[in-house]
Design a protein around this ligand. Structure first.
Ligand SMILES: [Zn+2]
Ligand SMILES: [Zn+2]
Length: 207
């Protein structure tokens, strides 16, 4: 980001829970005082991760490591199974954690990022589609960039990893492999950042 000068009149940073403008530095403090219920769910999720998901993931990692040490024909399959299990558990945890957190977030008193009206989080989507149809259609157009694109990236990375571990990608050394694995993810992150800035410029000016 070069040459983009934004007059710092008010903080451009929004709380991702209520949409309130806050200083990026005071995010934690704001959340602790304004959203104790969301923080409590996040704490409970972290605890759940530590006592249930992390141990199972550790077993998968150890399994993958031990498989490699065995130098048997199934070493590659064992490694791959361990890696896939790890990602699967992580994904499962992410889905369960979000299922617990989402309803709490929907109950929070939130601020519309476009017009600053206050309402319950669960009414926000409806409000944006009726009061700001241009914003709603813009975010619908860029919606594929989030969950669908992320899932595609994950499938791509796991598939590529599988091919590499099973030695089905002849002639591809570690540097190229790393580039192939992480290149698209960086590209995606860059696109999301640019689209976010463009949409913000275009629609959140009056806020
Ligand atoms: Zn907030
Ligand atoms: Zn609004």
């Amino acid at each position: 980001m070069t040459g983009v000068s934004v007059p710092p009149k008010k903080s451009r940073y929004h709380c991702d829970i209520c949409g309130e403008r806050i200083g990026a530095m005071s995010e934690r403090e704001h959340k602790m005082t304004a959203h104790p219920e969301v923080m409590a769910v996040q704490r409970a999720n972290r605890r759940l991760y530590l006592i249930r998901y992390f141990p199972v993931m550790s077993v998968a990692i150890v399994f993958a490591g031990v498989s490699v040490l065995l130098h048997q024909w199934w070493a590659r399959f064992g490694l791959l199974a361990g890696i896939y299990a790890m990602f699967g558990i992580l994904l499962l945890f992410g889905v369960r954690a979000w299922r617990r957190e989402k309803p709490v977030r929907l109950g929070v008193d939130a601020r519309c990022l476009v017009c600053s009206a206050r309402m319950a989080g669960r009414d926000l989507e409806q409000h944006i589609s009726t009061a700001h149809p241009d914003v709603a259609s813009a975010s619908k157009r860029s919606g594929w960039l989030m969950t669908p694109a992320l899932l595609c990236l994950l499938v791509y990375m796991l598939g590529l990893m599988g091919l590499w571990v099973l030695d089905l990608l002849p002639g591809i050394g570690p540097p190229i492999f790393v580039l192939l694995i992480f290149g698209p993810a960086y590209g995606w992150a860059a696109i999301v950042a640019v689209v976010g800035v463009v949409l913000g410029r275009r629609y959140l000016k009056q806020a």
